[in-house]
Design a protein around this ligand. Structure first.
Ligand SMILES: [Zn+2]
Length: 354
């Protein structure tokens, strides 16, 4: 079965003002690039137009008064926080972005798609249940995670977040849950937004203790160190957690050309990360993977990296090779040490021997 690419022109109606990096051109550039590369509607990648989320599904994460607040902010074109603004089309874009994941999941359950990529905006992973921030209004990935655990008996969802920024909203929403596990690899918060979160000792609370895992990467981290961290943590946790589905907050702002962060990934890092994600998912959850676009602000880096992701998810096309910049030699030994500290912290819940 093919890979579903979920995209709607309504996503372009959300605008945060002149010169804002999270801009409609991100999606138009990606769509143009994918069309030039002739990867869409080949039988391997099928374009789907999502519908808006149902209120009952949105309300599993966001209370009604918060939903109304976003709707009225959008009607007034209000600024919500220092870097999150709305336009008249923002609410509509946000409810369609929130609906894309659920539609993708239902297609996968019905057997019409193998996996899916939600090419959406606004992004979601900084929004918690009652706070819009960091360019995010509704938490798209959490809405799908709760939809799955509410509608599939005895289900578990693993959320992997590889955006350069820590997914603080997603972490906060699921911090005390054991059926939704958050695993995030991101730039160290001491050097990047949001800053206060994403450290190795944030392990969850109550029933969710042990089900929240963070690996903060130092500025300058390049492909090999990132992939080493991912391959150390992700497969053994999937093996022991046995998720029903794997959802990925696919941010592309860790690319070396991205001007918002200091990580140094290449487009090849996204290719290899997707290979590892898909191989692991094939083994444990029938390849049920849904990726959600989060960040990524350099249009060329974003387009090429998403293309590499889709090539891998759909097993067609020729990936774009790219070499990452050389990494500071101090980073690899630092990360080895951090990984071993994290493994020790995780011992009561997870056996990560590698
Ligand atoms: Zn980001």
């Amino acid at each position: 079965m093919p890979t579903g690419l979920f995209y709607h022109p309504v996503f372009l109606q959300h605008e945060m003002g002149f010169s804002h990096p999270e801009r409609p051109e991100r999606l138009t550039a990606v769509m143009k690039f994918l069309e030039e590369k002739q990867i869409i509607d080949t039988g391997h990648v099928v374009l789907h137009t999502p519908s808006e989320v149902k209120l009952v599904d949105l309300e599993r994460v966001h209370p009604k008064d918060y939903i109304d607040l976003i709707s009225s902010a959008s009607a007034r074109e209000a600024r919500i926080d220092a870097d999150t603004r709305t336009s008249k089309g923002s609410y509509r874009a946000a409810i369609f972005a929130a609906g894309a994941g659920i539609q993708a999941w239902n297609e996968i359950r019905a057997g019409t798609l193998d996996n899916a990529f939600a090419l959406v905006r606004p992004p979601g992973h900084h929004a918690n249940s009652q706070t819009a921030r960091g360019f995010c209004l509704f938490n798209n990935i959490s809405i799908l995670a709760r939809y799955i655990t509410s509608t599939v008996p005895d289900s578990r969802v693993l959320i992997l977040d590889i955006d350069a920024h820590h997914g603080n909203g997603t972490q906060e929403i699921h911090y005390s849950e054991s059926d939704i596990l958050y695993l995030g690899l991101h730039q160290d918060g001491r050097t990047l937004y949001p800053g206060y979160s994403g450290y190795i000792d944030e392990l969850g609370e109550g029933n969710g203790k042990g089900y929240n895992i963070n690996l903060p990467l130092p500025p300058g981290t390049s492909d090999n160190s990132f992939l080493q961290g991912l391959s150390n943590l992700f497969p053994p946790i999937v093996d022991q957690f046995q998720p029903t589905a794997i959802l990925v907050s696919a941010g592309y702002d860790a690319h070396f050309r991205d001007y918002l962060t200091n990580l140094q990934f290449s487009a090849t890092a996204y290719l290899k990360a997707t290979q590892l994600i898909m191989e692991t998912a094939e083994k444990y959850c029938n390849g049920r993977v849904i990726m959600f676009l989060e960040g990524g602000y350099d249009l060329q880096a974003l387009s090429e990296s998403i293309y590499n992701t889709l090539v891998t998810m759909s097993c067609q096309g020729v990936p774009i090779p790219e070499e990452a910049p050389a990494e500071d030699p101090r980073i690899s030994p630092y990360l080895q040490k951090l990984l071993s500290e994290l493994k020790t912290l995780l011992k009561p819940w997870w056996n990560i021997s590698k």
